[in-house]
Design a protein around this ligand. Structure first.
Ligand code: TYD
Length: 136
């Protein structure tokens, strides 16, 4: 799997003059079962998050409020994705190095994940990630 497998998923949007509504159903909208939800908030200006890859975890990243960028890197190719709408989600497959930056003030980043938190699923060292991914 490489960064071409990481795609924007357009979620259903029920527009309503009282306020819009979006929903995500397990099995329906995303290619994994949701085991965990976490969110980043109160991110100070200029901060960077992420800076790791997962061995087996699938994730869906959504800008619930405000905006930020996700830089995806499979070791051969890189792409920067700007997330700014709560009905657009970014699916990130396993073995992708990701960095999150350019957070707007008050932004909230919600992540749906295919498994519970497990530190042994992380590559936190880019060199180690590259070695295990490409043998480099
Ligand atoms: P980390 O995954 O490095 O955050 P980010 O991707 O935003 O840089 O996690 C930061 C800390 O939070 C780390 O000590 C692990 C802990 N953590 C949990 O306990 N549970 C979780 O679900 C997550 C995502 C992190």
């Amino acid at each position: 799997m490489n960064i071409d497998n990481c795609k924007i998923v357009e979620l259903p949007k029920i527009t309503d003059p009282r306020g819009n509504l979006t929903f995500i159903e397990g099995g329906g909208h995303i290619p994994f079962d949701i085991q965990r939800v976490y969110y980043l908030y109160d991110v100070p200006g200029g901060a960077e998050r992420g800076g790791h890859a997962h061995k087996g975890l699938h994730q869906l990243i959504i800008a619930m409020s405000g905006s930020f960028d996700v830089v995806l890197d499979d070791g051969k190719n890189k792409k920067r994705v700007h997330l700014a709408r709560s009905y657009y989600a970014l699916y990130v497959c396993p073995m992708i190095w990701r960095e999150l930056d350019n957070f707007s003030s008050g932004s909230v980043c919600m992540v749906l994940a295919s498994n519970k938190y497990d530190e042994s699923d992380y590559y936190r060292d880019y060199g180690q990630f590259m070695k295990n991914r490409w043998g480099e």
